[in-house]
Design a protein. Structure first.
Length: 363
């Protein structure tokens, strides 16, 4: 019998469609190395998105596929992750220490955007990524309370700030610099300047992702982010309610106009399950986020239930993903995190970040 070739194994692997990439692993260039030694095949798969909780499952699915090839008795599948920097808007300078910036936005307030942002950041971290969280809601910062962090950030050189750390996240918020009950009575230019300082003057350390919790709407902060911050992709949070969807569409269209890729839509408060009897009720409507995704050619990243535990745990400073990692809600957040990062991994890579800056000086 003729020896099994790499092409045969690639052909077999190409029949598996990854649930997060929604494409096969060969065409997405995730299959990095194939070797055959007698009747043993060794395959190296490197995903472009963090998926620590999915590596073993993927290996278990690929192993019988390869072993079904005539001439292969044993398949060794190695699955790992390598997150790359992805391109942002044209003409916007890359920020040192950050590979990718993901903006979490909503068209209106009250849809659970900040809760979703902090749990998305924690879910990416749980999957193995190095993650930061920037609270860009200058008027209503909520991340210090949600992360259970108090105190002020240090400045080692008198010019820059060290990020606060909570649950393996690097975090920064205007809320760390002012009293919790102090209102921010600032005009637009002061707010946008504060955002730029929080972003650029923080010593972010080797982040795979910086999740930015934006204020609701399409105002000054969003415009500054789109024009001056290298955003790799945006996520829109909405509820199924028609009024929320109307405003969410505006947010989605805004990112399209400024050429920031929309990675997808997350539907929050999609269903309520009674804690007493288990009755399911669609309080804010049904399937609105999914319909909006279809109508705007955006990916639907997932739906989250209206659950009292999400509110209780976040208010207590220990969001769901870390409060109860094995809970079904935490697993949904991790599914959404994998899907979000997978969509980003398919975007164009930022090769400019790899090259050093060359400065020519005349002596």
């Amino acid at each position: 019998m003729a020896a099994v070739t790499q092409a045969q194994i690639e052909e077999k692997l190409a029949t598996y469609v990854d649930p997060y990439l929604e494409r096969d692993l060969v065409s997405t260039k995730c299959v990095k190395d194939i070797s055959v030694d007698g009747d043993t095949a060794t395959v190296s798969v490197v995903l472009g998105f963090p998926a620590g909780g999915y590596h073993q499952e993927l290996a278990a699915k690929l192993k019988p596929l390869v072993e079904s090839i005539d001439g292969i008795n044993t398949a060794n599948i190695d699955v790992s992750t390598k997150v790359s920097a992805h391109s942002a808007q044209k003409g916007v300078k890359h920020i040192d220490g950050i590979k990718n910036i993901v903006a979490v936005a909503s068209g209106k307030g009250g849809v659970g955007k900040s809760t979703t942002a902090v749990n998305l950041a924690l879910a990416l971290s749980a999957e193995g990524a190095n993650v930061g969280l920037l609270d860009a809601d200058i008027y209503g910062p909520s991340q210090p309370r949600m992360l259970g962090v108090s105190g002020k950030p240090e400045s080692l050189d008198g010019k820059s700030l060290e990020p606060m750390n909570s649950y393996h996240l690097q975090a920064m918020s205007i809320g760390f610099l002012i009293d919790e009950e102090t209102p921010m009575i600032w005009r637009g230019p002061m707010v946008t300047q504060a955002l730029q300082q929080l972003l650029n003057d923080t010593n972010w350390k080797d982040l795979d992702y910086l999740v930015v919790d934006l204020p609701p709407g399409t105002g000054d902060i969003q415009l500054t982010l789109a024009q001056q911050v290298p955003v790799s992709g945006a996520v829109i949070v909405t509820t199924p309610q028609d009024i929320a969807l109307l405003d969410a569409r505006k947010g989605l269209k805004m990112f399209e106009k400024v050429e920031v890729p929309v990675l997808g839509v997350i539907e929050n408060m999609s269903i309520h399950i009674c804690s007493e009897c288990g009755h399911e009720e669609h309080i804010f409507g049904q399937g609105g986020g999914e319909r909006m995704s279809e109508q705007n050619n955006a990916d639907f990243l997932g739906a989250l239930p209206l659950d009292m535990r999400i509110r209780e745990e976040t208010d207590a400073g220990k969001p769901t993903v870390v409060a109860d990692p094995e809970a079904r809600i935490s697993q949904i957040y991790r599914e959404i995190a994998r899907r979000t990062a997978a969509k980003l991994s398919l975007k164009t890579k930022d090769y400019a970040a790899r090259f050093p800056q060359i400065v020519i000086q005349n002596d």
